[in-house]
Design a protein around this ligand. Structure first.
Ligand SMILES: Nc1ncnc2c1ncn2[C@@H]1O[C@H](COP(=O)(O)OP(=O)(O)OP(=O)(O)O)[C@@H](O)[C@H]1O
Length: 241
């Protein structure tokens, strides 16, 4: 008998598995029968019309809100980066990054994380002295220092100017390649999803209504128009494909 040993690097390990998720606010059912699996190292973007439940899903995955049915199986607590940096103004940058770390080498680990986001020389600086882009870099460092298996990004680049956003895209792809968490990025920006994601999901009617898998490599060949159509943007809309 021949034994086939599969190299561990080729075995997909889930960062999260969501089964038949349900979430309602009173009578308003926002998520129903939603199923989702994200592998470690996989970058997934979630698009959907305003109010379709993207943030509700992200908050449920983060454990910030209760769920009303189904199951979320994640090996460890996910890390979250929001649109606003949510840094504590009274703590230095390294203390902000190491918040929640129990380790005795917390400062060293925060220093390494800050260096990774290009702020290795600002350990003892304060959040008030940062630009919007720098503050989001610190928020990313704070998330990654926890070595999460699942990283949840809730429109973290939406408030940044176009150039800073492109730089942040490059940084995030680099960090994800290095640390290999599974990523769920909630965004309104179709181009951002196309630029970053290995897989693009569209949420509608409380579940994942459309999925586009790329062949890997972080770029997708999906026609932009197809994605826009899934989002209910009709062909006559003046956006070039
Ligand atoms: N705390 C709440 N109480 C009651 N209803 C809520 C609450 N939070 C969200 N909702 C409702 O749930 C639905 C989904 O909201 P959610 O914020 O998840 O949508 P979204 O897709 O993230 O929207 P957007 O793209 O505009 O941020 C909306 O109809 C919203 O009004």
């Amino acid at each position: 008998m021949t034994l086939h040993v599969v190299p561990s690097s080729t075995v997909a390990t889930p960062a999260v598995v969501v089964t038949n998720l349900r979430r309602a606010y009173g009578d308003r059912v926002v998520i129903e029968n939603l199923n989702l699996r994200i592998e470690r190292g996989e970058f997934v973007a979630l698009l959907g019309e305003s109010g379709c439940g993207k943030t509700t899903l992200l908050r449920a995955l983060a454990g910030l809100d209760p769920i009303d049915g189904g199951r979320i199986a994640a090996p460890r607590r996910p890390a979250v980066v929001f649109q606003e940096h949510r840094l504590l103004p009274w703590d230095s940058l390294w203390r902000n990054v190491s918040l929640g770390l129990q380790a005795t080498d917390a400062r060293a680990r925060a220093a390494a994380a800050l260096a990774e986001v290009g702020l290795g020389d600002r350990l003892d600086d304060w959040p008030r002295n940062l630009s919007g882009g720098q503050a989001q870099r610190v928020a990313l460092a704070r998330a990654l220092v926890q070595e999460p298996e699942l990283l949840l990004l809730d429109e973290p680049f939406a408030a940044l100017d176009a150039l800073t956003r492109i730089r942040m895209h490059e940084l995030v792809r680099e960090l994800v390649t290095t640390h290999r968490p599974g990523v769920l990025l909630v965004t309104h920006d179709v181009d951002e999803a196309i630029a970053l994601a290995d897989r693009i999901l569209v949420m509608r009617d409380g579940r994942i209504a459309f999925e586009h898998r790329t062949k890997g490599g972080g770029r997708t060949s999906i026609a932009r128009t197809e994605l826009l159509a899934e989002l209910g943007v009709v062909a006559s809309h003046p956006i070039s494909a």
